[in-house]
Write a protein that binds this ligand. Structure first.
Ligand code: SF4
Length: 343
């Protein structure tokens, strides 16, 4: 099992802390389209920073130092602890809520169907450059991909008015995609649904993520990849943290951080873009460590700890959770600002 001395760990950390530029504030969300949108994502060669060749190894060593001791307590027969953005977000909000949500996975909803269909249409637009009938194309694409969430059957079972409303919504989102995104030149190596997997701690922890779109060739000395997430819902505070996690994954996987990360909102056509700096990568690393330590503890059989929070009112475990009920009672009639925005 991988384990290093404290001085080596401190050395990695000192090197990393001074190795990449600090992230500046996220850009506002101007409505961009065509070449302007792509230019915002790709920048110019001169804007792309040189890659510190020791950065990825230092981050990996840092993670190994933090996690290798924690997995020693896992039973031998336990499978790998899988770390995704959903798992990190969920376990850091409330362990008990995550465990309850995993035990009773809800069925498809109109929102989930819309999101899955818009994702499928975005992939089609980027790869084929054509969408004929948004609903039919999306459902066909989902069916081909195996449709693990049961969206095709769900949409097929909607009543006429619900189905028409969903179709109108999907058509609106499709129009945002069509009007904003040009056909991407082959030289930009657009990859949709790119899976990134990083095993750690001898394979007992597996970090993974699937990005909606990656643009640009792997680094040849300068950071050059841009990672894009597509969201059909409204802005949520965790979207930036999700992108930072993907930036960390890409850094660990490829040896170079992405140049920029971005979220495209199909409801309004906004594009949020930010460069990837030291604070983004370190923030993601700290969240991954904190979340993984909790997930490893749960995987080892520890009882999940309830942490009352603004989402208690929507939690599937609320009825049996005294701290959550107390929180809801305290805040009855006055939901905290941002509670809904976080959903
Ligand atoms: S009700 Fe609140 S404290 Fe209880 S499990 Fe759910 S989110 Fe956690």
């Amino acid at each position: 099992m991988h384990r290093r001395g404290a001085s080596a760990a401190v050395s990695h950390r000192s090197a990393i802390l001074g190795s990449v530029p600090t992230t500046t504030t996220a850009s506002p969300a101007p409505l961009l389209a065509g070449d302007a949108l792509v230019a915002r994502l790709r920048g110019t060669p001169g804007e792309r920073p040189l890659v510190d060749p020791g950065l990825a190894g230092g981050l990996r060593d840092w993670l190994e130092d933090e996690l290798s001791g924690a997995v020693a307590g896992l039973p031998e027969e336990a499978g790998p602890v899988r770390i995704s953005k959903e798992a990190v977000n969920g376990v850091l909000v409330c362990e008990a809520q995550l465990v309850a949500a995993r035990a009773g996975r809800p069925g498809p909803t109109v929102q989930l169907a819309r999101g899955s269909m818009v994702d499928a249409l975005f992939r089609q637009w980027v790869t084929v450059g054509r969408i004929d009938d948004p609903v039919a194309d999306a459902l066909e694409a989902l069916e081909v991909q195996g449709d693990p969430d049961g969206i095709v059957a769900f949409v097929g079972g909607l009543a006429g008015e619900e189905r028409r409303a969903l179709a109108a919504e999907v058509a609106d989102h499709t129009e945002r995609i069509r009007s904003a995104w040009p056909v991407l030149p082959a030289s930009w190596l657009a990859r949709t649904q790119e899976r990134m997997v990083v095993p750690l701690a001898g394979g007992r922890v597996v970090l993974s993520g699937v990005v909606d779109l990656a643009l640009g060739a792997p680094s040849g000395g300068r950071a050059s990849v841009c990672v894009v997430e597509v969201k059909s819902g409204r802005r949520r505070v965790e979207h930036r943290a999700d992108l930072h996690l993907y930036a960390l994954l890409e850094t660990l996987r490829s040896g170079a951080p992405p140049f920029r990360v971005a979220t495209f909102y199909t409801a309004g056509g906004e594009l949020d873009v930010e460069p990837v700096g030291r604070d983004a990568l370190l923030g993601a690393l700290h969240r991954v460590v904190a979340g993984t330590l909790r997930l490893v503890r749960l995987a080892a059989g520890a009882a999940p700890v309830p942490t009352p929070n603004p989402l208690c009112g929507w939690c599937p475990a609320l009825a049996g959770c005294d701290p959550g009920l107390a929180r809801v009672a305290e805040t009855a009639g006055a939901p905290a600002d941002g509670a809904l925005a976080c959903r």
